[in-house]
Unconditional design. Structure first.
Length: 88
C-alpha cells in the first residue's frame, strides 16, 4: 500500500483528487438512492409505474421476496451480480 502524503502532491493533483472524490460521492449517493427505490419494487415483483398504484393487487407477486427475485433474475448464482450470459 502507498501512504497518502499531502505534502508530496502538487496543487493540481490535489485539486484533481478532491474533484474526483466529490464526483464519486455524488455518483455513490445517486446509485444508493436508485437502489433504495428499485430493490423494494423488485422484491414485490412490480415496475415503477405499478408501484405507484394501489387500486388492485399485483398479479405477479409470488408472495416471497426470494421467489420474486428468482422470477426476475433466474436461479441464484453469480449471474445475479456479474453481467453477462447465464453460467448454467
Amino acid at each position: 500500500l502507498v501512504a497518502f502524503e499531502p505534502e508530496a502532491l502538487r496543487a493540481d493533483e490535489l485539486v484533481a483528487f478532491y474533484v474526483l472524490f466529490v464526483l464519486c460521492l455524488m455518483l455513490g449517493s445517486l446509485l444508493t438512492w436508485l437502489l433504495s427505490i428499485h430493490v423494494p419494487l423488485a422484491l414485490k415483483n412490480c415496475t415503477t409505474v405499478e408501484g405507484n398504484y394501489d387500486n388492485m393487487p399485483n398479479p405477479f407477486d409470488t408472495g416471497s421476496d426470494l421467489r420474486n427475485l428468482v422470477q426476475l433474475l433466474g436461479k441464484p448464482g453469480v449471474d445475479w451480480l456479474v453481467p453477462g450470459g447465464p453460467v448454467r
